[in-house]
Design a binder for this molecule. Structure first.
Ligand SMILES: [Zn+2]
Length: 190
């Protein structure tokens, strides 16, 4: 249960949820704004996921290489995994969560940040493009399309790939050991 480690604030959340539901029924356009902080609190109270599907359509876990900690330019170490696929292959969310940022930066190029369960942030980088219409604050489910595999940022000149990172309060975490075959098999790349 998501509330297992947050029993202290469970009653507050429950009351707040009832108030939000009431407000949402009275003022529908405010519903999303009221519901999102509650979902954010619920996400934060969840355990981090120990296994998730590979967040690129059609890529099986057997195809992956663990490059965690490998040397990168400027003395950096690789804080994630590179998942290679054809340019334009859908990048799908590994987890449920809330879109925290749809933006760009020098290294990552076109990126999406998702706040996932257990206070972990999931980072999807080097996207060719982000999913049209995707915006900060959107609530998403596992498998929702976030963008498309590309070479933006410092991936220019490399084979197209997704850089996928997971960040907790303690810093970066290696995604590789978590990535498993999704239930029902690997979805086909579109
Ligand atoms: Zn990378």
């Amino acid at each position: 249960m998501a509330y297992r480690r947050a029993s202290g604030c469970l009653s507050f959340v429950f009351v707040a949820a009832l108030l939000a539901l009431g407000a949402a029924s009275l003022v529908p356009q405010l519903g999303a704004a009221f519901r999102q902080p509650l979902y954010a609190a619920r996400l934060a109270a969840m355990e981090p996921l120990t296994s998730t599907p590979v967040p690129v359509a059609g890529v099986s876990p057997e195809a992956l290489t663990d490059t965690w900690g490998a040397a990168r330019s400027g003395g950096r170490q690789h804080e994630g995994i590179d998942i290679f696929a054809a340019r334009g292959t859908p990048v799908v969310s590994a987890t449920e969560g809330i879109v925290a940022e749809v933006g760009t930066n020098n290294l990552g190029g076109n990126v999406v940040w998702v706040q996932g369960p257990g206070r972990e942030a999931h980072y999807y980088a080097h996207l060719e493009t982000q999913q049209p219409g995707l915006a900060s604050g959107d609530r998403i489910a596992p498998g929702d399309t976030l963008g498309f595999v590309g070479t933006s940022g410092n991936a220019a000149g490399t084979p197209p790939h997704l850089h996928y990172g997971i960040y907790s309060a303690g810093g970066a975490t290696n995604p590789y050991p978590r990535l498993v075959e999704p239930e029902g098999g690997t979805p086909e790349a579109e």
